[in-house]
Design a protein around this ligand. Structure first.
Ligand code: PLP
Ligand code: COI
Length: 340
C-alpha cells in the first residue's frame, strides 16, 4: 500500500483487511473463519469481560533483504499460549491451529507487511477469550481464538536508542505466585498506573521488582531485563516474569558470541556493577537502557554517557535483527519463511 508512511509508523493499531477466527463450542474447535469486521460480538456476561479469562500473544512478520517474509520462533508463541490457557482454565489452541491461523492472517493482509529497510514490521496479535456467559466465578464454556495483524514501528519511540527507566517500588504487576509468568491481560491492567506514572515522570518504562521481597529485578514494563558485565549476559530468573522468546534467543546468541550466560535472581545492588543493561521483547526488540533511577534511594545508575548503545547491546541487536530480516543465514533454525 503505497500510501502508508512505513518509516513513521507508531506502535499502534492500524486497520488491515482481514482477521481470522475460530470458536470453541461443545468441547471442540470449529473451522477457521475469515472476517473483515474489526468487531467481536459476545455475551455481556462473557468471562473475559468480567473475570479476565483472556490470553494473548505477540509476534512479528518481517520482510527480509531477499524480499521473503519471515516469522520468528512462532511455535514458541504457540506453546506459551498453551501454557497461559492451561493456567486460566481455557482450552488449548493446538500448535498447528495457532500456526495455521497466524500464517493465514499474515497472507490475507500481505499488502500491509512493511517493506524491508523501513524499520517497520507486521505485528501479529493472537487472542484467546472466554465468550460464554457465567456470573459465578468459573471458566466459560465457549471461547474465541482470533488473530489480527497491524503494521507497526518501534515500541519505544527512541527505537534502538538508549532510554531512561525508573525502579517501581509502589506497585507490582504480578503477585509472587500469581499470573506474571503467563500472558494474561490482567497483568497489563495491573501495570497501567505504574507505567503512566513512569511516563509522567519522564521515563520510558518502570522496572518492576520481585513482588515477594522487593530485592531483585523482575522485568521492565512489557519486556525482560538483562545486564552485561565481565563478558556475561545476566537475566533474572523469577516466577513472576514472562518467559520472553526474545530473551531466550539473546541468551543463545550471547553464548554463540562467546559470552557466558547466567539466568538467576538479579539483586538490585548488582545494577551498580553492570556495564550495560537493556530491555528485550518482540515489541521492544532490544531497548538499551541509558539510566535507571531509583526514586527511593535517589540512586542513578548510568550505562550510556554519550547516548550511544553499548557494544554488547549493539552486537546482540545486530545479530538478532539480521536473522529476523534474513540478512545473515539463520544458523539456529528460528525463522519460518511463508509464501505470500
Ligand atoms: N515481558 C512482558 C511482560 C511482555 O509483555 C513481553 C512481550 O511479550 C515480554 C516480556 C517479551 O516477550 P517476547 O520476547 O516473547 O515478546
Ligand atoms: C510484545 O512484545 O509482543 C508484547 O506483547 C508487548 C506489549 C505490546 C504488550
Amino acid at each position: 500500500m503505497s500510501t502508508i508512511d512505513w518509516k513513521n509508523l507508531p506502535f499502534n493499531y492500524f486497520k488491515t483487511d482481514y482477521n481470522v477466527r475460530c470458536y470453541w463450542r461443545n468441547g471442540k474447535w470449529g473451522e477457521l473463519e475469515v472476517s473483515s469486521s474489526e468487531y467481536i460480538i459476545m455475551h455481556m456476561a462473557a468471562t473475559s469481560l468480567h473475570y479476565g479469562q483472556e490470553a494473548f500473544e505477540g509476534m512479528k512478520a518481517y520482510t527480509g533483504k531477499d524480499g521473503k517474509v519471515r516469522l520468528f520462533r512462532i511455535e514458541e508463541n504457540a506453546r506459551r499460549m498453551i501454557d497461559t490457557a492451561r493456567y486460566i482454565l481455557m482450552p488449548e489452541v493446538p500448535e498447528e491451529l495457532f500456526i495455521e491461523a497466524v500464517v493465514k492472517a499474515v497472507k490475507l493482509n500481505a499488502q500491509y507487511i512493511p517493506p524491508y529497510g523501513t524499520g517497520a514490521t507486521l505485528y501479529i496479535r493472537p487472542l484467546l477469550i472466554g465468550i460464554g456467559p457465567e456470573v459465578g466465578v468459573r471458566p466459560s464454556k465457549e471461547y474465541l481464538f482470533m488473530v489480527f495483524v497491524t503494521p507497526v514501528g518501534a515500541y519505544f519511540k527512541e527505537g534502538f536508542r538508549p532510554v531512561n527507566m525508573m525502579i517501581c517500588r509502589e506497585y507490582d504487576r504480578a503477585a509472587p505466585l500469581g499470573t506474571g509468568h503467563v500472558k494474561v491481560g490482567g497483568n497489563y491492567a495491573a501495570s497501567l498506573l505504574s507505567m503512566e506514572k513512569a511516563h509522567e515522570a519522564g521515563f520510558s518504562a518502570a522496572i518492576y521488582l520481585d513482588p515477594k521481597e522487593k530485592k531483585y529485578i523482575d522485568e521492565s514494563g512489557p519486556a525482560n531485563f538483562f545486564g552485561i558485565k565481565n563478558n556475561t549476559y545476566i537475566t533474572p530468573a523469577s516466577r513472576s516474569i514472562l518467559p520472553s522468546i526474545t530473551n531466550k534467543s539473546l541468551m543463545e546468541l550471547a553464548k554463540d558470541l562467546g559470552m557466558k550466560v547466567e539466568r538467576r535472581p538479579v539483586p538490585l545492588e548488582e545494577l551498580e556493577e553492570f556495564e550495560e543493561t537493556g530491555a528485550c521483547g518482540t515489541a521492544a526488540v532490544i531497548s538499551p537502557i541509558k539510566s535507571i533511577v531509583d526514586p527511593d534511594t535517589k540512586k542513578i545508575y548510568v550505562y550510556c554517557k554519550d547516548d550511544k548503545p553499548g557494544p554488547v547491546c549493539t552486537r546482540l541487536y545486530e545479530q538478532l535483527t539480521a536473522i529476523q530480516f534474513g540478512e545473515i543465514p539463520d544458523r539456529f533454525g528460528w525463522t519460518k519463511i511463508i509464501d505470500i
